[in-house]
Design a protein around this ligand. Sequence first.
Ligand code: AMP
Ligand code: MG
Length: 365
Amino acid sequence: MDGFAVLSTDVVNAKPNQPVTLNVVADIPAGQSSKVSVKPGQSARITTGAPMPNGTDAVVPVEETDFNYRDSGTPAPSQVKIYRSVKKNEYIRPKGQDVQKGDVILTPKCRLRPQDLGMLAMLGEAKVSVFRKPRVGLLSTGDELLPVGTQITPGKIYDSNAYTLTALVERYGGDPIDLGISADRAEAVKSQLEQAVQNDVDLIISSAGVSVGAFDFVRSVVDEHGHLNFWRVNMRPGKPLVFGNYRNIPFFGLPGNPVSAFVGFEVFIRPALLKLAGLEIHTRKSHPVELTEKIESDGRESYLRGIVEEQNGHWVAVLTGHQGSGNLLSLVQANALLIVPAGVTSLPPGAIVQAWFLNDESVML
Ligand code: AMP
Ligand code: MG
């Protein structure tokens, strides 16, 4: 507190109409420490953040003295009138009030939040061991893909997944490495995967070419030079998703449809990335929301795009537009994924489903 460091017993009788006058024997701005020993009847001018001088046990705020309302830069007075009493330790922050020797401040495998970094700095910890950000190789496959920024031509579309996936990798703490677009040919896919290896990535993510089409080569290339753990999952969208490893690097092959790629990432890759980043907790918070309309599903675990709003203290959800897996707008307009469990084919208005909030700043948890 900006004021005067005193011995509380000196000022027990101080009142506005009966001030106690003390000699001022030191001036201690923040950043300095005084070796002066303040004796009974004496005081020291002090500012917030300065250490207390010996002999004092409380601070009288400057507002409670006759030295109130002085311009900054005014030198300390030789005497000060104190208008109120203070208790021992009043307006003092004792050493160790916040942190004491032996206290556990942070546990391993946590994510360092802004305030955690501040605490480490406060304790003078200039270095801490951390996991490196997972390096994630991203590759798009498909003869129809053009990089955005080039002239569109008949039969072609822009490679939008590269952007969505890059941003998702960044959101969940990874370091994306763009490996570009490969044609729908086995050698093209293979050379792109080799680039991933050369880039020393911790994880490879591809999009498209994992379905049952005549030009879907991704799976066979991974199978030949690595291992396939699973292909096709009971979800919608995102069914053709594949997981394995390419030359011992974990590999996820996402379907090409933009919504499928996004949902497949959220369901499978997000927890994998958090784990690779060294985090202990990988589960995602879901929230119960009430449907306002009937929902149909084919019985696979379904992730529908919706807008969730708070109404009368609970969350209600409406679907966003056309739910086709190529319709990215449904996801752009959505603020949540509504999860219909496997085995459920129809839900009436009023039914409760779990939802993942997509705009939540705490998506890491
Ligand atoms: P596929 O998984 O190869 O069967 O592709 C499914 C659909 O996703 C097709 O309509 C593709 O044109 C489309 N697609 C594939 N890759 C991308 C991409 N990188 N960006 C946007 N759409 C894509
Ligand atoms: Mg394709």
